[in-house]
Write a protein that binds this ligand. Sequence first.
Ligand code: 3PG
Length: 209
Amino acid sequence: MLSLLTRLEKTRLVPVVSLPSVEAALSLAEILLQCNLPVVEVTFRTPHAAAGIAAIKNNFPQIELLAGTILTPKQADSALEAGATAIVSPGFSPQLAAHCTSQNVPFFPGVCTPSEVQTALESGCDRLKFFPAEKMGGTGMLSLFRSLYKEVSFMPTGGISLNNIKDYLQLDNVLCCGGSWLCPEQLMAENKWEEIKSRVRKAVQVVNT
Ligand code: 3PG
């Protein structure tokens, strides 16, 4: 089994999803595998997150499962129990960082300023979510971070789309990009699976060319 970082380096793209139901988790997982994108970040923004993670884990164990929008150690525990292999948060929390690192769980805290990067580094986190990327300086800010923090890799999310993803991916401090445009909650709720499949397929194609 490839390590999480190796897999993220390979896919370069993480669909960020808010599940409208547990069934949607399974339909989505099938599409991700068909499109050769075996990774997903399930956000804790809907009540179906933990059950959705568990359903994917049980039925499609080959998919790398990140849990997103994790704000508390309790949520992190629920995500990990369900089968998540990494924890993602929109911001930096020392408590959450300590909780994850004490269990050796990969943690991607959200940062968007130099002070936050340094605070994260002091807590032992050097793989960071740059969020919200487009609103907080986009590729220009990441290039600046590259000159300041050579050892840090970023997962930018927030405003990433097919129009700008290649600009992010060409930066050598970008591990992978995250985005919700591939599978928005509304499209999943309406069972628009063909549309979702076409978005995922297109994104994979763009990332790989
Ligand atoms: C996230 O939590 O990573 C973001 O909500 C993703 O941002 P996007 O919706 O702009 O893709």
